[in-house]
Design a protein around this ligand. Structure first.
Ligand SMILES: Cc1cc2nc3c(=O)[nH]c(=O)nc-3n(C[C@H](O)[C@H](O)[C@H](O)COP(=O)(O)O)c2cc1C
Length: 177
């Protein structure tokens, strides 16, 4: 094994970018929205970050081509459901490009304006604060309006694979972001 990471400089192509960023362990969420015509849309997402606590703001990065992105653009509202390991099939379902991700699923609202994934660890119903285009993605900043969570283990994602998070059992570190 090389003692230092392999270095590439200059033009960084999609594979190098994917490989390096794939080393960053994330959770897995589904972002959902209703289009202007009332149809539900949703997609699996791991680009979820808390931006600010004092005035709560989060961000998601979503493909400009995804139908959920268009729905969010139409209505200015979305919800994020953070998934458990048992919900890996939901993560896979909502990642199938072009499929009707809600086909056969009941719409569950749980006090949010848009349908959410039931039994998720956390739900955040958001209104769009602002949206910035970056390459072929939209960076959407959202202000949470409805929030709920429960103390359960999350589904993890690393290097293109789903996995489990292992708690090392130490005291929580209060510096959060
Ligand atoms: C674990 C995981 C994380 C993902 N994260 C994102 C993401 O952050 N942003 C994004 O645009 N697509 C992401 N995707 C891909 C979308 O879920 C997928 O392209 C989806 O089908 C898009 O919806 P569409 O069918 O309307 O195009 C992710 C897929 C997986 C499996």
């Amino acid at each position: 094994m090389s003692p230092v990471p392999q270095l590439a400089a200059g033009v960084i192509d999609a594979n190098l970018m994917r490989r390096a960023m794939g080393r960053f362990l994330t959770g897995v969420a589904v972002v959902t929205a209703l289009a202007a015509d009332g149809s539900p849309h949703g997609m699996t997402l791991n680009s979820l970050t808390s931006v600010c606590l004092d005035r709560p703001i989060l961000l998601i990065c979503i493909s400009l081509e995804a139908r959920t992105t268009q729905a969010i653009d139409e209505t200015g509202t979305f919800a994020v459901s953070i998934l458990t390991p048992r919900q890996e099939p939901i993560a896979r379902r909502f990642a199938l490009p072009g499929e009707d991700h809600f086909a056969g699923l009941p719409l569950v609202y749980c006090n949010h304006e848009v349908p959410v994934v039931p039994q998720a660890i956390a739900h955040l119903g958001c209104s769009v604060e602002r949206c910035v285009t970056a390459g072929d993605h939209a960076v959407v900043f959202g202000t949470p309006r409805t929030v709920g969570d429960s103390d359960r283990a999350p589904l993890g994602f690393l290097g293109g694979r789903f996995g489990d998070y292992v708690d090392r059992g130490h005291e929580p570190i209060q510096w959060f972001f």
